[in-house]
Design a protein around this ligand. Sequence first.
Ligand code: BES
Ligand code: MN
Ligand code: ZN
Length: 499
Amino acid sequence: MPIKISTRSTRASTCASGYVIAGVYGKKDFTPSASELNDKTSGAIESLITNNDLKSKVGSCVTLPLVDGIKAKRVIVVQLGPRTEFNQAQFNKAISGAASQLTSGNPATATVFISDITVPERSLSWVTRRVVEIFSLHLYTFDQLKKDADKTKKQWQVQIAVDSRSDLAEARDGANMGQAIAEGVNLSRDLGNLPGNICTPTYLANSAKELDTYDQLSVEVLEEEEMAELGMNSLLSVSRGSREPAKLIIMNYAGDPSGSAPIALVGKGLTFDAGGISIKPAKSMDEMKFDMCGAAGVIGAMQAIAQLQLPVNVIGAVASSENLPDGAANKPGDIVKSMAGLTIEILNTDAEGRLILCDTLTYIGRYKPQTVIDAATLTGACVVALGKHCAGLFSNNDELAAEIIKAGEMSDDRAWHMPLWDEYQAQLKSNFADMANIGGSDAGAVTAACFLARFTEEYRWAHLDIAGVAWHSGGNKGSTGRPVGLFVQYILNHLNMGG
Ligand code: BES
Ligand code: MN
Ligand code: ZN
């Protein structure tokens, strides 16, 4: 259930909310709302600090229940750290800290006074947007497959409060933007979290088709026969071992009537990757249901872009299949001919993402895109190289790489630039075909990107290896919704609407 967002101008002490959130810089430096709440409660926040209840770590919180003198049911006091050090990273920690305090759903409303918070180099609209996104991220639940789901669900309302009416319009803009992005992230997370037996390529295609309700967005799904006619033998070879038909989903968003060249977003959509004949070990294999998170990211971003009616043309392309072992499946040593005419020796059937992406990247060329960005849970090697904090970024254009790094920083959905040097290409040599689909044990994330680079020479292209960032493992196993935030931020920056 998405959170409800409202924007208002009000005072902290008279606001009748479930939670009022007020920040304190360090020990003494109160934001205006903290100061007002403190005054009206005969120093409740000051005594909390004197008692050392509020820790100095940014994002630490204390919840004050039912204090006399104010209308709200509870106050969350959040530590912002020293005012002089306050920046985007601290802002994130603080808002995340506050959002994670929301427990009681009675009433399930939380009010954030955003005029109190200024982040260097960021507008009020950006601050508002991120508050909405971060709250939504924390309040997300995935319980649609549990029996008692509906009984436990609370509809959260997040209020964005400003003290002066003149800020209301900008805050409202930011809140709308935040809501659209948050809903795109939620859609992406839902698709990611759904299991492989429900979220099949067909399910993914049907979910994308639902975006048809947006006027400027049309969705077309290419079936296996059409892909065969186009010569997409590499893509089709992956799905041959599966009973679920592969789908190539094309979402066409026409937001710029001047007809400018589109930006293409391409997603890897393996709804389950068992590895094929080169089968994976059993441990954590369930997590390979997340192998469609690139696709989910594209679908979520397309929804947000359409919801915001952004004046830009964007093509979303999702290649979806399963990778399973079967008598018809790819075998190590098999050679397939891609749509581009290049032949590929499949030395490891588990390196399937590049096999479905290469044909998709060729196909997308017909839209004459000005820029193509793909997102793929492509290699375990990328997780080894970078861990779970940032995506691996590879590009044939340094300017584009810089734009993506910047978008990642602004949206807290970061990527790190990795090399795509020619020297690595030699690792893809095959004795029998134009290339092998694996490059040996060194630099696995780089050689995977090098493989894709052979199919993207015609346009400005970047590849995001999101294997480390698309989902959490362990106790809070689940999809993160990345890189919806980065994608939308990239488009917003392109339109000068991002800051
Ligand atoms: N979907 C996996 C990559 C992956 C593995 C992502 C684990 C996140 C966690 C991909 O299809 C794959 O299996 N890649 C192989 C490539 C190898 C055979 C060259 C890998 O990373 O082991
Ligand atoms: Mn694989
Ligand atoms: Zn895979």
